[in-house]
Design a protein around this ligand. Structure first.
Ligand code: UN1
Length: 502
């Protein structure tokens, strides 16, 4: 069976109307073979405007529904996702090229955030605050925000939508999603799954969740609309540099989850077997196409020779290939552009004195699919391409001898998403986690940089954009806070002792 046929079977099973992805002008492809799997009907700035207008109406009704009731909708979404897990996971593997286990893992991440959001729907707590005035009470209330625009990337085509949507919905917002042009089919499938939950829920307003398929101009309509209260955008730092200022210029709110240049530090006391496995998954998993992928590795000189040759061996022997037909751990790059970017980064690394292991195109049946052997590059120092995120499986390995200096190097890049240290030394560990340690939004000990659970806030600092999604109190980004002061006395005392007697 061709992948187009299999994708169609899955989409039928998931309840997606074939008219949405046949005969339209936007081609979509599977990176597994390079074959076309969809021809999507697209939106335009005008249809996006109309969607925003409908979402505004939906918001006005949804914000009146009590939060725990809104949670019931997300509970149903979690149920529908459980029922659809195998089919949607497989479709993620076809459309994004992930291994079956990672495709299913992505859907599990969606289920997890639904569970989290259901609990949250009864915990949208505000503080009660001591006031300085007698007979007064002060508190804060969290209110729904408005229309939330979600712009997502190809590499987590559905999980990132669900982090935003599960939270946005319990927080009382309506959602419009502009998925990556590279992964529109899984978006249609996710929307169909949510529509089933909506049908079972019954009482939700129409157009509470919508999907816009199209190019940058459609996303830009969301970004520039004064009627979209929050833009949650995941993608490159280059994209964030365009989106961030535009949203700020209209005083909109944004959650930006942009590039990562995530590093690991392997210290003298590290459990090297563990570090080896963690680095292998962190750097080669998902073919290096996670924003949390490990891209830099600093290894103490005393353990360099005990670790790096083993890593090079692991790189040489890791299975690369069609993730649907083989047990391969490393699947395809998303497209030719990604392959070209990887090759030019490796070229630049060579020019900067790097010793490249791996990195060549792996032979596959189809010319239109881009499989590569992951590359490990021993670098004399942190220069050139090491300072940039290349969305491909390249790990730059550097030697260090001084802990303070390696912390400096660790933080000396633009991005600030994820980081990890491998050590059994409590002083090193705590320093790494302290104010003078890792400057990233995620700092781990004895695990890799990728594969975060949904319970924690997800996001990073500096050129990663500063936004937080998913767990902890990230929900606050999807609501507006009102501070309320209530006077139940018969007097009107002014704060700060100000007197104004008329
Ligand atoms: C992303 O690559 O955009 O922590 C998200 C991880 C996943 C999410 C990655 N839970 O690697």
């Amino acid at each position: 069976m061709s992948l187009a046929t299999e994708a169609k079977t899955l989409l039928d099973q998931l309840g997606v109307d074939a008219a949405l992805y046949t005969g339209g002008p936007m081609a979509s492809f599977s990176p597994v073979t390079g074959e076309q799997i969809g021809a999507l009907v697209t939106d335009t700035p005008a249809t996006a405007e109309a969607a925003i207008a409908r979402a505004k109406v939906a918001f006005k009704a949804w914000r009146e529904v009590p939060a725990p009731k809104r949670g019931e909708l997300v509970r149903l979404l979690g149920e529908e996702l459980r029922a659809a897990k195998d089919a949607l996971g497989r479709l993620v593997s076809i459309e994004a090229g992930k291994s079956p286990s990672e495709g299913l893992g992505e859907v599990q991440e969606m289920i997890d955030i639904c569970d989290f959001a259901v609990g949250l729907s009864r915990q949208l707590y505000g503080l009660t605050i001591a006031t300085e005035r007698p007979g007064h009470r002060m508190m804060e209330t969290w209110h729904p925000l408005g229309v939330v625009g979600v712009i997502s990337a190809f590499n987590f085509p559905v999980a990132v939508w669900s982090w935003n949507t599960a939270l946005a919905l319990v927080c009382g917002n309506s959602v419009i999603w502009k998925p990556s042009e590279k992964t529109p089919l899984t978006a249609l499938a996710s929307q169909a799954i949510l529509e089933r939950a909506l049908a079972r829920f019954g009482a939700a307003p129409a157009d509470l969740s919508q999907v816009l398929i199209g190019a940058g101009d459609v996303g830009n309509t969301l970004v520039e609309s004064h009627d979209v209260a929050l833009i949650s955008a995941t993608g490159s730092t280059r994209m964030g540099r365009i989106v961030g200022p535009k949203v700020a210029a209209r005083f909109g709110r944004s959650i930006l989850e942009l590039g990562g240049n995530n590093a690991g530090i392997v210290c003298p006391s590290a459990d090297l077997d563990m570090a080896l496995r963690a680095v292998a998954f962190g750097a080669m998993g998902t073919a290096g196409q996670r924003c949390t992928t490990m891209r830099r590795l600093f290894v103490h000189e005393s353990v360099y020779d005990a670790l790096v040759p083993r890593l090079i061996k692991a790189y040489a022997s890791v299975s690369v290939g069609n993730p649907l037909e083989t047990q391969a751990l490393v699947g395809p790059l998303i497209d030719k552009l990604a392959f070209d970017a990887m090759q030019s980064a490796l070229e630049a690394a060579r020019a900067a004195g790097g010793k490249v292991h791996g990195g060549a195109r792996a032979s596959v049946a189809s010319n239109a699919a881009y499989y590569v052997h992951p590359a490990l590059v021993e670098m004399p120092e942190q220069t050139g391409p090491v300072l940039e995120e290349t969305f491909a499986p390249i790990l730059y390995v550097m030697k260090y001898n001084d802990f303070d200096a390696v912390l400096e190097s660790h933080n000396a890049v633009g991005a600030g998403l994820s980081s990890s240290i491998f050590t059994l030394d409590m002083r090193e560990m705590e320093t790494f986690l302290s104010a003078r340690g890792s400057d990233c939004g995620i700092a781990n000990v004895n695990i890799g940089t990728s594969g975060a659970e949904i319970g924690g806030a997800f996001g990073g600092e500096k050129e990663t954009g500063g936004g937080r999604e998913s767990g902890s109190d990230a929900w606050k980004g999807y609501m507006r806070r009102a501070t309320n002061t209530i006077n139940f006395s018969r007097e009107l005392p002014l704060a700060q002792g100000v007197v104004f007697d008329i």
